[in-house]
Design a protein around this ligand. Structure first.
Ligand code: MLT
Length: 277
């Protein structure tokens, strides 16, 4: 995505974890925020959010396995593997204080897994356009179909129809550049990544019970017009997390941080600063 603000400077680096290289967007200094992208997107989805927040926060946005400029994956992986990559990435970048973990949709699943597995590394959680429950049988079947379609026919045929669900009418009418950019992100995802990520998501566990014990300040964000994770689904998750806050962003669907970046960034900034210890 092109930069609207030009400052603060965002660096694109490759972090060597020994077994793998993780492409990372990094900008700013201060309280660390780990931004985790959705499916089938990549770290570029956070560029504007990072530009808006890097004056106060150290923003880190990796391309998860196989996505964006990460090398193509040839092996299956799980949400736990992605959470471990995030832990190793933070260690490699010498981020020693607990981080705010902010995940959108699939990135939210990784954020929940990370919070569950590495609670000492988390200061706050932001769960945007995501759900805490696992898939039902129909959901699993749809994922298997999408995985097979990606491998057989390619990414466009497998994920093409998702585009209309990701952004709302308001965005379509007022921000054609964003729609083009999201389309490009979708279509540039390797078919194998589409398939492996679908298999990883259909094996994920539910966090609804586990999150009742979580004590991180948590912000749950919904898009008013999101057909993938509708406000009622996000609210259900929010009600399971003690002391969490629910925010609904108007004129946005599944990509609230991209469709309404100023509103999203401002909600994030206020929440994080209000909950500093
Ligand atoms: C996403 O946006 O990451 C996907 O909608 C997640 C999913 O397929 O459950």
């Amino acid at each position: 995505m092109s930069s609207n603000h030009g400052f603060p400077f965002q660096d694109q680096v490759s972090v060597d974890l020994g077994k793998r290289q993780i492409p990372l967007k990094i900008a700013g200094t201060g309280i660390p925020i780990l931004f985790l992208h959705g499916f089938p997107l990549n770290a570029s989805m956070w560029e504007t959010t990072i530009e808006l927040l890097a004056d106060q926060f150290l923003c880190l946005a990796p391309d998860l396995r196989g996505f964006g400029s990460a090398p193509e994956e040839h092996k299956s992986f799980s949400m736990r593997d992605l959470a471990i990559d995030c832990r190793d990435l933070l260690a490699a970048k010498a981020v020693r204080q607990p981080v705010v973990v902010c995940g959108l949709s699939m990135g939210g699943y990784v954020a929940m897994q990370f919070a569950n597995d590495f609670p000492d590394l988390v200061s706050q959680l932001v769960l945007s356009n995501t759900r805490a429950n696992a898939d039902d049988n129909a959901g699993v079947q749809n994922r298997l179909k999408m995985a097979a379609s990606a491998v057989t026919f390619g990414t466009e045929r497998a994920v093409g129809e998702m585009l209309q669900k990701l952004v709302c009418k308001f965005t379509e009418e007022n921000n054609p550049n964003l729609v083009a950019c999201v389309r490009q992100m979708l279509l540039s995802t390797h078919p194998s990544t589409v398939a492996w990520a679908q298999l990883a998501m259909c094996k994920r566990t539910s966090f609804i019970e586990k999150m009742k014990d979580w004590r991180f300040p948590t912000l749950c964000v919904a898009g008013t017009n999101d057909p993938i994770t509708p406000p009622s689904v996000v609210e259900r998750m929010q009600l399971a997390i003690r002391g969490s806050r629910y925010v609904e962003i108007a004129n946005s669907a599944h990509l609230a941080p991209m469709e309404q970046p100023e509103v999203f960034a401002s909600e994030l900034r206020s929440f994080i600063t209000e909950h500093l210890h």
